[in-house]
Design a binder for this molecule. Sequence first.
Ligand SMILES: NC(=O)c1ccc[n+]([C@@H]2O[C@H](COP(=O)([O-])OP(=O)(O)OC[C@H]3O[C@@H](n4cnc5c(N)ncnc54)[C@H](OP(=O)(O)O)[C@@H]3O)[C@@H](O)[C@H]2O)c1
Length: 251
Amino acid sequence: MKLIVGGSTGFVATEIIRQALSNPAVTSIIALGRRETPVPPNAGPGADETKLKSVLLNDFENYSDATKKELAGADACIWTLAVTPSKYKSFPWDDVVKVCRTYTAKALETMSQLPRGDATKPFRFIYVSGVNSERDQSKKPLILGDYCLMRGAVETLVLDYATQSNGTVEACIAKPGVINAPGHTRPLWQKGFYALIGLPNIQVTEIAASLLDQAINGVREKDTLSNEDMVVMGQRVLAEREQEKAGVVDN
Ligand SMILES: NC(=O)c1ccc[n+]([C@@H]2O[C@H](COP(=O)([O-])OP(=O)(O)OC[C@H]3O[C@@H](n4cnc5c(N)ncnc54)[C@H](OP(=O)(O)O)[C@@H]3O)[C@@H](O)[C@H]2O)c1
């Protein structure tokens, strides 16, 4: 299958690409970003780096014909492109909304209208949001209220688009808490704050494995994955991948 990773230079996307490079079910990865996407470090011995193609886009509100050609034939997209909560105060609010909402809507609309790899199956769009994003616009969270409502509205937009697509689009929303990785450090105050407000944790390997599984095998059971769903799914998938690799070595 051909997979698009949107926001491909980011923390989560890098791990998704790293795992996809050694997953035989993924035959092609389009890394869509505003900067060149390098092959992730520690790609591993089974990684096929030739599957990765970095595609640059200057303006995420306008997809050129050349860009559309690169994206055509994809079966799924994992969309990680956003201004994250820790960075959003550095930008004017309108720009944050443009990146988080307008760019997501445009990506979904553009990609879902392109020819798919397997026309008998829906195009899968997996949107990475956050645990506290709030869909109910009357319930403004106390912390990062406007931001959480805005991201919740994007979740609704994605799910509504799929519902209205006559079965041509399948959507999934991922709602992780704090995503951790060895060497991915945060200031102490931030760690303390996250613990204080009770955010759940997940390893980047786990979320990447679970989202990749959704992209490859289709949205299973439900259209919204909680942090805990992804921990359980991610650990299962990672264990299966280890067993497969051990089997290859044994044979
Ligand atoms: N990290 C966490 O602990 C965490 C927790 C919960 C939810 N999430 C969610 O998971 C998703 C991915 O998070 P992440 O930590 O991987 O984020 P990240 O490392 O900041 O990556 C974000 C991606 O979006 C791109 N981007 C940002 N602003 C852009 C703009 N104006 N134009 C074009 N591209 C732009 C970045 O490009 P550049 O590299 O060029 O800047 C990068 O590719 C986000 O939706 C985030 O809210 C993350």
